[in-house]
Design a protein around this ligand. Structure first.
Ligand SMILES: *[C@@H]1O[C@H](CO)[C@@H](O)[C@H](O)[C@H]1NC(C)=O
Ligand SMILES: *[C@@H]1O[C@H](CO)[C@@H](O)[C@H](O)[C@H]1NC(C)=O
Ligand SMILES: *[C@@H]1O[C@H](CO)[C@@H](O)[C@H](O)[C@H]1NC(C)=O
Length: 458
């Protein structure tokens, strides 16, 4: 009797789920318009939960149909994970059912439906050869005035600034002209990491994530998202990451180095401390990568360290040094020992770390006797936990050296648009065909990223 109820319930739910998609989308849009709330698309496979969309993406609010597009995308994104649930549930019911002969027909039907629903992988524009780019900046109107970087030569500042707000215009044209299939967008530095007040930071993170989800909602075949997170509180950060991945369909998160904090901004929070273990636990459970991106230092550090040579502030020197410290903090404080499956991405060819592993390993080895908790050497974490991208660092000889040091399967292409022009990246990629085999070039441009971002997972 129990089996019959279980199988019958599951079968009906599965069938209803499959055939009533359009009806549910319709009612969800209606509900959204009435209440500006959205129900958890996973129901009944996860606890019922309402997501507050009070900070509705301004863009979505303006365009009447956008909220529905947003929901369609929620649905589409969640399809993959939902399918897993179908599959596991179906498999479970099948096994139970098969314990008695009588239920074998049910078992076959249920298993078949489960398999059918489990074959819906993410729908992205996969040309078979186009690149995937994953350190690509975007921002919200509220934060666009924080953009102070120097544009690429010849580009007027206003146009440069506007390109951070653009998704479907010039950016997409450049992707089309330069053979980029898929781009993961993230909030331009320092974004949330530059907000010292915890409540303001948490609210802005939700706002930025909702706006990004809305901005890419009508073209998720070409655009993905890395979440922005307030890192003042590790538990809240983990919650927002879960929401961004499970409900908004993001591919992971991007943190702009340390979180500034405190009334005068001088408390710097580094995620290599034990209180962030709860965050890393969530990250590994979700199995998404976290991108570590540089940020400008707080004013006090800029003065002490860079007033003597102000031109080396920013990307030429300061960014790499500060971020490399944070990555080495993760290594030496044992974060990768505690979370062996944690995946961290470091841009700009690894912020110089893979160029310097000989000395880093040798010097740290000497400190094992002085209480260094790290169980392995930094080189080895580059083979198991750390990835690098080529963003804004198109140095062919260095790339080849890094392939020797950390392996081709740890290196992904990226541009760093709009700080770096997309055609410059494409020209470099084309030139790489002289030094890399087609298979290796394919791995660099897309192969590693497809796996890491779960783009083709079923
Ligand atoms: C998505 O919406 C934007 C306007 O926000 C529009 O310019 C673009 O063409 C749309 N893209 C698709 C694929 O519908
Ligand atoms: C703290 O940083 C914010 C921006 O990040 C800035 O507006 C504010 O002036 C800073 N406060 C101090 C005391 O430096
Ligand atoms: C780093 O550790 C790996 C094993 O984890 C070892 O094979 C390698 O020789 C070590 N490298 C250095 C420079 O100590």
């Amino acid at each position: 009797m129990v089996f019959l109820l279980l199988a019958g319930w599951h079968l009906s739910v599965t069938v209803i789920e499959q055939i009533s998609t359009s009806y549910r989308e319709h009612s969800r849009c209606q509900q959204y318009r009435e209440e500006r709330r959205v129900e958890n698309p996973y129901w009944p496979f996860a606890p019922v939960r309402s997501l507050s969309l009070q900070q509705v993406p301004s863009e979505a609010a303006r365009v009447g149909s956008a909220p529905c597009a947003f929901h369609e995308e929620l649905e589409r994104f969640s399809g993959v994970r939902q399918s897993y649930r179908f599959f596991h549930l179906s498999a479970g019911v099948s096994v139970l059912s098969m314990t008695t002969r009588f239920w074998s027909v049910w078992a076959a039907i249920v298993a078949l439906l489960g398999l059918l629903s489990a074959t819906s992988a993410r729908n992205w524009r996969n040309s078979g050869t186009g690149a995937i780019a994953l350190e690509e900046a975007w921002t919200v109107p509220e934060l666009v005035n924080l953009i102070t970087a120097t544009p690429p030569p010849g580009q007027p500042f206003d146009e440069f600034k506007a390109s951070f707000l653009d998704v479907h215009g010039r950016r997409l044209d450049l992707m089309n002209q330069n053979n980029i299939d898929f781009m993961v967008l993230s909030c331009a530095t320092p974004c949330i990491q530059g907000i010292s007040d915890p409540a303001t930071a948490a609210e802005m993170a939700v706002n930025v994530n909702n706006q990004l989800a809305a901005a890419i909602s009508n073209n998720t075949a070409r655009f993905g998202g890395f979440a922005s997170l307030a890192m003042h509180d590790a538990i809240e950060a983990a919650q927002e990451l879960r929401r961004a991945v499970n409900d908004l369909g993001f591919q992971g998160a991007l943190l702009n180095d340390y979180q500034q904090s405190g009334p005068d901004n001088t408390t710097l929070l580094f995620y290599d401390q034990p209180e962030y273990d709860v965050f890393w636990q969530a990250v590994t459970e979700l199995d998404v990568p976290i991108y570590f991106h540089p940020r400008p230092n707080i004013a006090q550090i800029e003065t002490l360290m860079y007033a003597h040579a102000p031109f080396i502030e920013g990307p030429s020197e300061e960014y790499a040094v500060t971020l490399a410290n944070h990555i080495l903090g993760l290594c030496t404080n044992g974060v990768f020992d505690r979370f062996p499956t944690l995946k961290i991405i470091v841009g700009h060819l690894g912020e110089r770390l893979p160029s310097d592993l000989f000395r880093i390993d040798e010097q740290l080895q000497r400190l094992k006797s002085k209480g260094l908790v790290m169980q392995r050497n930094v080189s080895s974490y580059w083979r198991t936990n750390l990835y690098e991208t080529t963003s804004g660092n198109f140095a062919t000889a260095l790339l080849r050296f890094h392939i020797d040091e950390i392996g081709l399967d740890r290196i992904m292409y990226s541009v760093d648009y709009p700080f770096v022009p997309i055609p410059e990246g494409e020209a470099w990629v084309l030139s790489l065909s002289q030094v890399l085999s087609p298979k290796d070039l394919n791995s660099l441009k897309r192969g590693v990223a497809i796996k890491l971002l779960h783009l083709d997972d079923e």
